[in-house]
Design a protein around this ligand. Structure first.
Ligand code: CUA
Length: 318
């Protein structure tokens, strides 16, 4: 009873509240399996009760044999073959690699965040991190890779999980059926901060998605506030550009996430922190506490007002 009550059957990260075509098929398969398992469990329980209640006279050997062959071999073979056929019949749908005339997304599993690159039909490319944006009703191809260890990308509300294996490109596609913000996770143990490797998926109407891609193509905005301007100077002074790219500035590092429009994203540190000035400040000053084993050094040697200025600059990168 508690399992049923406590199970997360709803919310932005539930395979049982599908918001995508693949997730709908998977949920359908799950309910058939759960329903079938419940019926079989009930029958087994009734048979057990019957066995307990009846007197212990020995059954005829012939009858016992038939019961064992029928219930122990024939019945499971028929049920499992049926389920296998039903599951396999979904494969062509689930393996559909998506529209080739729209954008394609490459996602690379890093330690421990997601590098997301959009390849647009007109040849334009832009990179972001820990966030996917998808248009509703379109099947978008997603190519998965990893430079070092195995991860698995999983957005339970939208579809199944697919491994990201170093040295090869695995392909999947996601086809959202309703708009909203959903959550994805890493579904393969990949090291110390495996559990701190999430991302957001924002599904919007096609026009809104198009406007977003246009905004992402632009170089980073110039900071307007006094703190933001000082933050930009500190960013350059402390060598942040050795690891991070901010398009439109000298920062062109490729080790860490591209920060060109980082202020416009849903979360920070792979969806661990809120994306606001406080979130940036906490991240810069406490990286290793927020995400154990993270490759980015902790900048706790910076004075609090310097950290605040840096955080303001990053938040202004809308
Ligand atoms: Cu990446 Cu687990």
């Amino acid at each position: 009873m508690l399992t049923a009550l406590l199970a997360a059957c709803d919310g932005p990260q539930s395979a049982l509240a599908p918001a995508g075509r693949d997730a709908e098929r998977i949920a359908e398969l799950f309910w058939w399996m759960a329903g079938g398992a419940a019926v079989i469990w009930l029958v087994v329980m009734l048979l057990s009760l019957h066995a307990i209640r009846t007197s212990r006279r020995p059954e005829k050997l012939q009858q016992t044999r038939l019961f064992i062959i029928g219930g122990g071999a024939l019945f499971p073979t028929i049920v499992l073959t049926g389920l296998l056929g039903y599951g396999l019949s979904m494969m062509p749908d689930l393996l559909d690699e998506g529209d080739t005339d729209g954008p394609r997304i490459r996602v690379s599993g890093e330690q421990w965040w997601w590098r997301v690159t959009y390849e647009m039909p007109d040849g334009a490319r832009f990179e972001l991190a820990n966030e996917l944006r998808l248009p509703v009703g379109r099947r978008v191809p997603i190519w998965l890779e990893s430079p070092d260890v195995i991860h698995a990308l999983w957005v339970p509300s939208l579809g199944g999980k697919v491994d990201m294996i170093p040295g090869r490109v695995n392909r999947m596609a996601l086809e959202p059926t309703r708009t909203g913000v959903f959550r994805g996770v890493c579904a393969e143990y990949c090291g110390a901060s495996h559990a701190h490797m999430m991302f957001h998926v924002v599904v919007s109407e096609p026009a809104e998605f198009e406007a977003w891609t246009q905004a992402q193509r632009l170089p980073a905005p110039t900071p307007t506030s006094e703190a933001g301007t000082r933050g930009a100077e500190l960013f350059a002074l402390h060598g942040c550009g050795a690891c991070h790219t901010v398009r439109g500035t000298d920062a062109a590092g490729v080790i860490g996430p591209d920060l060109t429009h980082v202020g416009s994203r849903m979360g920070l540190g792979a969806a661990i922190l809120d994306n606001d000035v406080d979130g940036f400040e906490r991240w810069i000053g406490h990286t290793n506490q927020v995400k154990p084993g993270v490759h980015m050094p902790t900048f706790d040697m910076l004075a609090p007002d310097a950290r605040r200025a840096l955080a303001t600059y990053l938040e202004e990168l809308q």
